[in-house]
Design a protein around this ligand. Sequence first.
Ligand SMILES: Cc1cc2nc3c(=O)[nH]c(=O)nc-3n(C[C@H](O)[C@H](O)[C@H](O)COP(=O)(O)OP(=O)(O)OC[C@H]3O[C@@H](n4cnc5c(N)ncnc54)[C@H](O)[C@@H]3O)c2cc1C
Length: 327
Amino acid sequence: MNRLPDFHVHRPQGLPQALSALTAEGAQLLAGGTDLLPNLRRGLGRPSVLVDLGALSGQGELDGLTAGADGGLRIGALTTLQTLAGDAALRAGWPVLASAAALVAGPTHRASATLGGNLCQDTRCVFYNQSDWWRSGNGFCLKYQGDRCHVVVKSDRCYATYHGDVAPALMVLDAELEVRGPDGPRRLTVAALFQEDGAQRLTLAPGEMLAAVHLPPPGRWRAQYLKARIREAMDFPLAGVAAALWRDGERIGGLRLAITGSNSAPLRVPTDDFAGAAWDGAAAARLVEAVRKTSNVLATTVAPVRYRRRMLLALARRVVDDLWTAA
Ligand SMILES: Cc1cc2nc3c(=O)[nH]c(=O)nc-3n(C[C@H](O)[C@H](O)[C@H](O)COP(=O)(O)OP(=O)(O)OC[C@H]3O[C@@H](n4cnc5c(N)ncnc54)[C@H](O)[C@@H]3O)c2cc1C
């Protein structure tokens, strides 16, 4: 591990001050720090200013869960994953989000890790999440300080993988994100936060930050998230699949599926044409094929590509099987 680089720390006392601090050249947000600080210790990034949101936790605009008049829920971006995992209203109405949060890292991480930090976490790669010394021996890489991708040689973009657990759960819930920035608030879908480029993973403009997540009422949908990881107690997903199913008798009323751990962004798998079909062997084979076409598992982790791909496809089938049987 390197020593931390030199930076200034701002500790704003309110959201307007945080947004103002974020306009400084080279400024970066610090929430729970469980993703950012280990990366900085490895020499991955050189922010000139860290805007530490610690003093804003406990403030209603950014922290905590608020029920909406329409039966939906607003969750502040600074809400910890530990809070999400244990919240009774969330577990009752949107259990997929509570369980995805509970599956992130280990308990000590979840006590500090926030919803916003989880969504905006960096992408990962075996050629990137290494010490400065290790990376320099390889001539660095396209994601940071180098000009070559070691995973897809001759590529002009970075293929580092997104391994967040919470984003796919939010995608199948049709959640919306509330963004604050210099041009005022705006809302976007979860998919619109991300782009398929490991080095430029987010679409947020300079000075923008996530303020909250809005969940619509669950209605007839039931959802679940499954992940495969090396150590059950604490690891990132090697493959993760969230699904939401509305079962209409012996037919599928609606199906949504999202994947993580496979591409540079969490992705929705096209499933609109499953509405009206029965969930049987043919539908399962079609679903597996749709996941295969959407995903692009590459050699970005120490686990073999073949294993991760097979787990992804198996989890996709299993998660819908489980929801169908339970409905
Ligand atoms: C050993 C280990 C295991 C882990 N396992 C998992 C796992 O299983 N699943 C998983 O999903 N993650 C895992 N992580 C990654 C990380 O701990 C979590 O993703 C955590 O939720 C990050 O939240 P944070 O508040 O600590 O983010 P931070 O580290 O504070 O920030 C992460 C990034 O998000 C940005 N950011 C933070 N808040 C906002 C905001 N409101 N708006 C815009 N940008 C923002 C920061 O600038 C930074 O770039 C693991 C990390 C470690 C070290």
